[in-house]
Design a protein around this ligand. Sequence first.
Ligand SMILES: *Cc1c(COP(=O)(O)O)cnc(C)c1O
Length: 525
Amino acid sequence: MSGMNKQGRSTTPGEAGTASIETYTGNRGLRLEEPLLFELDNPGACGVDLDEPDAFAPRLGALERKTRIGLPGVSEPDVMRHYVRLSRKNYSIDAGLYPLGSCTMKHNPRLNEKMARLPGFGDVHPLQPQKTVQGALELMDTLAHWLKELTGMPAVALSPKAGAHGELCGMMAIRAALVARGEADKRTRILVPESAHGTNPATAALLQYKVDAIPATAEGRVDLAAFKAKLGPDVAAIMLTNPNTCGLFERDIIEIADAVHAAGAYFYCDGANFNAIVGRVRPGDLGIDAMHINLHKTFSTPHGGGGPGAGPVVLSAALAPFAPLPYVVHGKDGFRLVETDGEAKADGARPFGRMVAFHGQMGMFVRALAYMMSHGSDGLRQVAEDAVLNANYILASLKDDLSAPFEGPCMHEALFDDRFLKGTGVETLDFAKAMIDEGYHPMTMYFPLVVHGALLIEPTETESKRTLDQFIGTLKHLAAAAKGNDKSLFTGAPHFAPRRRLDETLAARSPVLRWQKETPREAAE
Ligand SMILES: *Cc1c(COP(=O)(O)O)cnc(C)c1O
């Protein structure tokens, strides 16, 4: 049945009833099929036109390559079309709501991009003499200032290139402090709540610590009694996320910090969820010793698709001396990077080493500072307030259609479990696939692990009520369909994606990473 909206536009998808139509090209209207770039190979085609060098005499003797290198020959328009077509298959924050929980997929203001492309930031080289990049160093210093101001912490290491990298940096500073105290050998255990992001135990394990899980309460928070029972002289640190990955504020955080310190251990906070509290709570006031900030979450800068990240780590006074090289200082001759242990020693510091070759992700620094300055302190506070408001709007609107595992309001993300799907034959994964047919990127699924079949939705502050209402309406519709036993809508989904249900386990376990040319025989078959 074809419906019409009030503007006379059909509400029935143009594809209905066309499943059996086969097109010559494999394209389906604007949904274009696209081969691999290697399959587009047109030997001899090239995007540039270079003169043959004059008087060229090969100097490789018999070692010269005789055959083609195996890279595809493609003209400029073909390369363009290839990547534009691929990009149109991709979901992006610029195309629609991206409700991935724990990822803070918010709008990236175009102003950030404009600033990052200024030649003085975009075109500088890390090995340029420092006197020629004073503005870039000043920008790093200013960003560091605001990160310290917003967190209430005395120091920050800017160089880590992701949240997980920041965790490693913070935990290495903790280890360096323990080495300096002569306690590194006996403090071998790290306490990590069950609801933690996988990177927390992974970081601890990478540094050869034993990971000891702290159970959660029925309220979705750290079990304080169980946590205290686990403290002991062999504990190096706790790694806690606040607000936690259930989207809840850890109310006992100050008591936790006091207990950790009384036991002689350090408090690492995973700050990936800083978006929920920026401008409202200063982690330094909560007794935290080290916390990474995902600039690419809280301070907008684009992420996803393997793009650059930046995970600066703020450090307490106890850990500040161990911050990694290099770092910016403002001396009487302007700004400079402290690059060596010798220079650092003169400042009274004892860096644990270096996380990256140079100073970190300059482009992300520029974007984050542009974001901070354009919001101002009132704007940043409003970020947190609106993010929490939006998440609670989703939680309140959907808690009777989906099932919410924990009572009460949430912070920046709304967590649901799969009890509402019980007996329907539809699972969280099927539900998420059906969202793709509705034109949404699914929310985070099956994380955190403390609830069964988790669906974790983080709308962020940049979504309007209208966008949220359509999303809420979609999920209500899907939940009703699942409960109404319309199973095929789910188990067969996605129906409208370029590829249908994939064997994700096989793809992960036996990925085909190498393109192989079809032999003429195979091609003929
Ligand atoms: C995103 C995230 C991380 C890891 O950050 P990356 O920048 O992806 O390395 C760690 N913990 C939590 C809770 C996160 O959401």
